[in-house]
Unconditional design. Structure first.
Lengths: 773, 431
């Protein structure tokens, strides 16, 4: 809690709160409100516009939103019949819901208002009681809200009318995802059902571009959104980037896959892990470092993938056992069972004994885990925004600095090392991201994508809600009222026809569209409510206790040894029908493989990487090893004239250095493939496997003369474009457009091609000059 | 022909003009469908004899199902039956677990019509009649009224859920006897299905059950028995807009409703129910769609299948399904004539439009709406009454000049049209 001098504005805004809430604040012993909490009071009480509250994790955003909103609720909020109605809070995770419910219950109990956290694990009786009263606070997941629309469609108007305001927690996690589109659509449908504009409040981490976030909260009317951003408040940051060199020589093939997917999942094939598992390797060095430095305090370690979480957790547990000290290292990731995750959260929170969680993005969100001393990032972070979120976990106490340790593991260079290794891509990316972080830059959310897959879900949901709807009603509800505005009428009609062909829809004689036999199966299935895919999973059971789940697509065999939840197990039995795997404790094992994609790198990060490489000044926050590695990378960069050259021959093919983000790189790769060169995006460069430099330049020149490329020009195979849950139901054209809008950056292509040509011309002319002298 | 009562005329014209089905005076404008009506009158007679019937009235949107149902209902009331009617909607179903079935029951009891209360709310009247009947009988047999009431209700107690039902009737009697208005209204509330918890019912009436989702049909059977005890001939239940069951998106919910229909059908056709008749109105797809209609339920399909000999003009009205054939142009001409007659209070001298005017109007509609104008008469009738109203108000205006400029809109069916933005491509969307 920061102790701010009591200014006039503070005192007056505090007095605007309901007396009972003021009393509660006094009873908590708070000496002052935090700055976001003060600033939020006036606009939220006025309820004239929608509000976005942006601040770092655990800056008290929940209270900032709810103190004034509850005041309004208690005062009747301008509606007849005071205290009627409720605040709807949409939250992305069950754990967050439980957390928020607990925090709000303490406050609301004194106000005599019920608080209900609504998700799959809450009993039907409690839900029913809330629906009968419709007062207080309801905290719900988008999926449960969807289920409410589908199963209790006739009660929605009453439900929506009772809503006084909608709070979207962790707004940034929804932006530009198919799930976010679903949230937008649901909020819009609530507005329509209530027949009025319900004020929306977004709680968010610090945002790169507030206009885009505002546009997400209220599409098309972002001007009417007030943004309060206190994220730029200064804090002390202690920072180190450490390099670790793997002495052990890897086979060539594996090295390229790592290069192709620098932040993705490690190759966890058991054989590799065995080889890798030798003491003295970089992994052991990192684990040793963690063991030495993190014991005795609360920390978070982010190794970027669930597989690596397990690896490190296992190593650290073994160290603790070897030294005969209690294990302070816990695992936390999305595939673990709720109990195990809650154990880790509780261990972090209780504060009497030290605890460190090895975790994934699950602990990035605002689950309350108490004070964290330092954050460790192993490998390059998925994005600057995510790094900022992670860092925001530490140094929350006054006078304590935030501590960030970035540990980068790089391979030893050999004559055969690929370019990405020679450029130390992982390390340089980490440095670039850290530098951007200190410049207070984060990735802006991407421009709104179409997410036509979610449109299919929403179509069916509206139909189920109203017991049939005409094409006209669907258009009005979902498209023209502002959610799926990028879909044209022709596309919409084509979509309806395509859905009818697949027996998703049918029409009754008065014109209302109803679900067809297949559509009905979809609606009635339990996983209809989520907009994203959650692949089928096996449940992992050890002596009656659920450990978590692993993807069904990566099967295990009986007798196989695995690491899970930081422990070692042996598979005893696989029940295919019940989707169960029984395991028992066993020494030895390797982590199972999980599905998942690495983060995609933004244009600005790649540009910063180029800058890092082309500079020659030392970077202060690197340790000795990292400095040496960076030196190697800068030398390679200079020798290959990469500040100028964009087309570099490599083996039988050619590498194309764009210094652009993955959206532009992917688009260019598809365009070049469509022009006859097999091209893959390998991160910092594109690889054209069989082409010569002049050929590539020729192709680029040809492309530069053509009009800006369209989706059709990329000749994407429809099956490659199916990324989202309901994509398989879309007509081809809409599918491709939807895919391109979220995965590719077509607009920057002409500029990028132009740039590449410019640079090759420069190189050629300097080369000629050099020959001339 | 008897003179037309002004009250009936006004109610009839008003409702027709608003595009809703009249509740009064339907007989004044009934045309055609004589055979269908005869079949249903036979049904009513069977119910009055203590039998039971089940009919599905099937017709397109606007074909006049609701009108037909109301007509049958008014006839049943004349024949001393008690009638109940309700439209199904997503919140009112035959079978559910979320209170929707009880909601249907509540709607039905609200719409209980007797000869003295043709517009509904007749439940209290039935109870009073039952008591006065009992008092009369007690006088004849020189027994106490209580004894008669107990003897009568003993018959109810044997039926499913009948014990508590009988207790409620007795509670009503006690309230009546002791002047306890609270007890009386509690008993009526119980019968209307307005108690939502057993605790409340127990406190108010000392009964252990309430009318809940699962017992709706049994309660209707009890009511049928009870109205006969009260001196009525039987109970006729009209359920309209069954297409709402067809629209249910949850397969399980839909099938459980169809199962309930099967139960009613079996009971009625086997004669195990007493003095109760069901008429269900729905569209052809509700019946025929093998994917989600009644035909999707095999047991119903075999029971409701059409007589295979009924082809090309031959109709079979003895089966459970009555298909309302579309009106013919001749029927329609007659209908317009009757409307003109009603408008003029049955007095030919006050006719606002000559015969050729009626013909010209029909021609005009044919031109505007295509040949189907007489099949779904709703909008045409509204428009015709509008025309008469103008002629009535402006006696100097020539009908010939009005008809040409008159616009009629095609019927889009179902409930009152929803207002949507003007958009032809989507409004006329067809898969």
């Amino acid at each position: 809690m920061t102790n701010l001098p009591a200014s006039n504005s503070e005192a007056s805004s505090f007095l605007l709160l309901d007396p009972r809430i003021q009393q509660w604040i006094w009873a908590q012993g708070w000496t002052s409100l935090r700055s976001i909490q003060q600033q939020a009071i006036a606009p939220l009480l006025a309820a004239q516009s929608d509000v976005i509250l942006a601040a770092a994790t655990s800056a008290g955003k929940t209270e900032a939103a709810f103190l004034p909103l509850l005041t309004r609720l208690l005062q009747g909020g301008g509606h007849e019949g005071s205290q009627a109605g409720f605040i709807l809070s949409i939250s992305p995770l069950k754990a967050l819901i439980n957390d928020q419910t607990q925090r709000l219950s303490a406050l609301c109990e004194s106000l005599d208002l019920p608080v209900l956290g609504w998700h799959g694990d809450v009993t039907a009786g409690k839900k029913l009681r809330f629906l009968q009263g419709l007062r207080g606070v309801l905290v719900i997941t988008p999926e449960s809200l969807e289920a409410l629309f589908v199963n209790k469609g006739t009660t929605i108007p009453a439900f929506a009318t009772a809503i006084r305001s909608i709070v979207v927690d962790e707004l940034h996690s929804f932006i530009d995802t198919e799930r976010g589109k679903q949230v937008q659509s649901l909020m819009n449908r609530l507005d329509l059902a209530a027949g009025t504009r319900i004020t929306r409040v977004g709680l968010s981490a610090t945002l790169g571009d507030t206009a885009l976030a505002a546009d997400f909260l209220r599409p098309g009317q972002q001007r009417q959104v007030t943004t309060i951003d206190t994220g730029s408040e200064g804090y002390e940051l202690r920072l180190i980037v450490r390099g670790y060199l793997d002495d052990w020589e890897k086979p060539q093939a594996e090295a390229t896959t790592v290069a192709a997917d620098p932040v993705g999942f490690p190759s966890c094939a058991p054989s590799n892990v065995q080889d890798d598992d030798v003491p003295g390797s970089a992994k052991h060095a990192i684990a040793e470092y963690l063991y030495q430095h993190l014991r005795g305090s609360n920390n978070l370690v982010f190794p970027n993938s669930r597989g690596k979480v397990e690896e490190y957790a296992d190593l650290l547990r073994r160290y603790s056992e070897r030294e005969n000290v209690p294990n302070e290292f816990w695992t936390h990731h999305g595939s673990l069972s709720r109990e195990i995750r809650e154990e880790a959260e509780a261990a972090l929170k209780q504060g009497t004994t030290a605890a460190t969680a090895i975790c994934t993005t699950t602990l990035e969100l605002g689950i309350d885990i108490g004070n964290i001393r330092s954050v460790v990032q192993i490998g390059p972070p998925p994005s600057v925004a995510s790094l900022r979120q992670r860092l925001g976990r530490s140094g929350r106490r006054a006078g304590e600095p935030a501590i960030l340790r970035c540990l980068c593991r790089e391979d030893k260079l050999t004559p055969k090392s690929p370019l990405s290794d020679r450029l130390r891509e992982g390390l340089v990316q980490t440095i670039a991201m850290v530098r951007l972080l200190t410049q207070a830059w984060v990735e802006p959310p991407r421009r709104e994508a179409v997410h036509a897959s979610t449109l299919v879900q929403q179509l069916l949901s509206v139909i189920a809600q109203r017991g049939g709807a005409t094409a006209q009603e669907l258009w009005t509800t979902l498209v023209s009222s502002g959610t799926f505005t990028q879909v044209t009428k022709a596309e919409f009609i084509e979509l309806l026809h395509a859905l009818a062909v697949k027996e998703i829809l049918q029409q009754e004689s008065a014109g209302a569209l109803l679900p067809g036999p297949v559509g009905e199966e979809l609606i009635n299935s339990y996983d209809f409510y989520s907009a994203f895919t959650s692949g089928e999973e096996f449940r992992l059971l050890a002596e009656g206790r659920t450990l978590g789940s692993i993807p069904i697509a990566r099967p295990l065999t009986i007798g196989q040894r695995i690491i899970f939840a930081g422990q070692r197990w042996r598979v005893q039995k696989i029940e295919i029908q019940e989707r169960l795997i029984l395991v028992s404790s066993d020494p030895g094992g390797a982590p199972p493989s999980f599905d998942g994609a690495g983060g995609r790198v933004h244009d600005r990060v790649r540009q910063e990487m180029k800058k890092v490489l082309s500079e020659s000044t030392p970077i202060p926050f690197l340790d000795r090893f990292a400095t040496a590695m960076l030196e190697e990378a800068r030398t390679s960069f200079r020798l290959a004239h990469l500040d100028q050259a964009s087309v570099v021959p490599d083996g039988a093919g050619v590498l194309l250095l764009t210094w652009h983000g993955d959206w532009a790189n992917d688009a260019l790769a598809l365009l070049l493939t469509a022009s006859g060169h097999e091209t893959t995006n390998e991160g910092v460069f594109l690889r054209l496997s069989d082409a010569t430099a002049p050929q590539v330049v020729h192709t680029l020149e040809k492309l530069a003369q053509q009009a800006a490329p369209t989706v059709e020009a990329l000749r994407i195979r429809p099956k490659d474009a199916m990324k989202e849950k309901w994509d398989w139901l879309l007509p081809e054209q809409l599918l491709l457009r939807s895919f391109a809008s979220s995965e590719l950056d077509l607009e920057s292509l002409p500029g990028l091609i132009h740039q590449l040509l410019e640079r090759t011309r420069d190189v050629r002319s300097t080369g000629e000059r050099r020959e001339g002298t | 022909m008897p003179p037309i009562r002004p009250r009936e005329r006004d109610a009839l014209l008003q409702s027709l003009r608003a595009g809703v089905v009249p509740r009064l005076g339907q007989y004044l404008i009934q045309v055609g469908r004589a055979e269908e009506l005869k079949a249903l009158i036979a049904d009513i007679d069977r119910v009055a004899d203590g039998g039971s019937t089940f009919r599905l009235v099937i017709g397109e949107y606007g074909a006049g199902k609701t009108f037909f149902l109301n007509l049958v209902r008014s006839i049943a009331i004349e024949k001393k039956l008690v009638t109940m009617h309700a439209d199904l909607n997503p919140d009112r179903r035959l079978q559910s677990s979320g209170g929707q079935a009880r909601s249907l029951f509540a709607e039905l009891t609200r719409n209980t019509a007797t000869r003295t209360r043709p517009e509904g709310g007749g439940l209290a009247g039935i109870l009073e009649k039952f008591i006065s009947q009992a008092q009369e009988e007690a006088g004849l047999l020189s027994l106490s009224t209580e004894q008669v009431v107990r003897r009568q209700t003993a018959q109810l107690a044997e039926m499913v859920n009948g014990y508590d039902f009988a207790d409620v009737i007795i509670a009503y009697w006690r309230g009546f006897d002791t002047g306890n208005e609270q007890l009386k209204s509690d008993a009526i509330r119980w019968m209307r299905g307005e108690f939502s918890t057993r605790t409340d019912a127990r406190a108010a009436l000392n009964v252990r059950t309430i009318v809940d989702d699962a017992s709706v049909y049994d309660q209707l059977k009890l009511l049928a028995k009870f109205v006969r005890l009260a001196g009525y001939n039987g109970l006729l239940i009209c359920l309209d807009e069954l297409v709402n069951l067809y629209k249910l998106t949850n397969t399980q919910a839909r099938n459980s409703n169809y199962e309930q229909i099967l139960r009613i059908l079996n009971d009625s056709l086997q004669g195990s129910a007493e003095g109760i008749g069901f008429i269900l109105g729905g569209t052809p797809e509700f019946l025929l769609d093998t994917r989600r209609g009644l035909y999707s339920y095999p047991a119903l399909q075999s029971r409701l299948a059409q007589n295979t000999f009924a082809k090309s003009g031959l109709t079979d009205l003895s089966g459970p399904v009555i298909r309302l054939t579309a009106l013919t142009p001749e029927d329609f001409y007659l209908l317009l004539e009757k409307l003109r007659d009603v408008y003029a209070f049955g007095n030919p001298e006050r006719y606002l439009l000559p015969d050729e005017g009626v013909a010209a109007f029909m021609q005009h509609c044919g031109k505007r709406l295509g040949e189907s104008y007489f099949r779904t008469p709703r909008t045409t009738i509204t428009s015709f009454i509008d025309l008469l109203a103008i002629l009535d108000a402006h006696q100097d205006v020539q009908w010939t000049s009005l008809i040409e400029g008159h616009s009629v809109e095609p019927d889009r069916g179902g409930d009152l049209e929803k207002i949507t933005e003007d958009d032809d491509e989507l409004a006329s969307f067809k898969l």
